[in-house]
Design a protein around this ligand. Structure first.
Ligand SMILES: Nc1ncnc2c1ncn2[C@@H]1O[C@H](COP(=O)(O)OP(=O)(O)OP(=O)(O)O)[C@@H](O)[C@H]1O
Ligand SMILES: [Mg+2]
Length: 195
């Protein structure tokens, strides 16, 4: 688990920091892997934001069933399950080009349902862009929790490619205190802003 998330998770679990946890950072910094690791450990649900909205739409239209299609799962039942599950992780918020009314209402309702309950939201963009795309009510609900910027280079790249990224060259030329070295595999730590 990348720092600073390793330090934050126990504080969130102990009620010392407020939910939801919003993790934002550029591509390849390990957000999705972090979310999947948490759900593996705690149970609960993991969805990309678009998939979540599609599942909700299916439930509303009577198209969502249990595995093996033994019976239908209604939207009411799904919301009830989401209210009492151990954790909900919503990945890739802010990637949807055109946010429909259904999409907006589903995301906002989920945030309200999980108020003060374990929930993690992950995105590539900072909160002010969520305020632009989803509106202030959604951004405000995220800002009221714990917001963490995940820094570091794209872990998908080879060491050679990473060292030629602009950020790596900058670090080599002007190392900043507390910044991982240009060839380090460690994610840097960013500001944590409890709401
Ligand atoms: N803690 C880690 N240590 C080593 N490798 C990692 C770690 N976390 C993620 N990776 C690897 O880095 C790559 C990118 O991880 P991941 O998909 O989680 O990034 P992401 O931040 O979700 O990217 P994107 O914003 O593009 O969705 C994957 O190949 C993954 O296996
Ligand atoms: Mg991802």
């Amino acid at each position: 688990m990348p720092e600073p998330l390793r330090g934050l998770v126990p504080q969130l679990a102990a009620g010392e920091l407020p939910w939801p946890l919003t993790v934002w950072g550029s591509a390849g910094t390990g957000k999705t892997c972090f979310g999947l690791t948490l759900v593996d450990y705690c149970g609960g649900f993991f969805w990309s934001t678009d998939d979540f909205c599609e599942v909700m739409a299916d439930a509303k239209m009577g198209r969502l069933t249990t595995p093996g299609a033994q019976r239908e799962i209604s939207a009411t039942e799904l919301w009830q399950e989401l209210a009492c599950t151990s954790l909900v992780v919503l990945d890739e918020l802010g990637t949807t080009k055109e946010i429909s009314d259904h999409h907006y209402r589903s995301v906002k309702r989920l945030l309200d349902l999980r108020e003060n309950l374990p929930m993690v939201v992950m995105m590539n963009v900072p909160l002010y862009q969520i305020a632009v795309s989803y509106g202030e009510p959604v951004a405000s609900r995220l800002a009221g929790g714990t917001v963490c910027k995940l820094e570091g280079q794209d872990r998908r790249l080879s060491d050679d490619a990473r060292s030629s990224q602009p950020e790596a060259r900058e670090n080599q030329a002007h190392p900043r205190p507390g910044t991982p070295g240009a060839f380090s595999n460690q994610a840097g730590t960013g500001p944590v802003v409890p709401g």
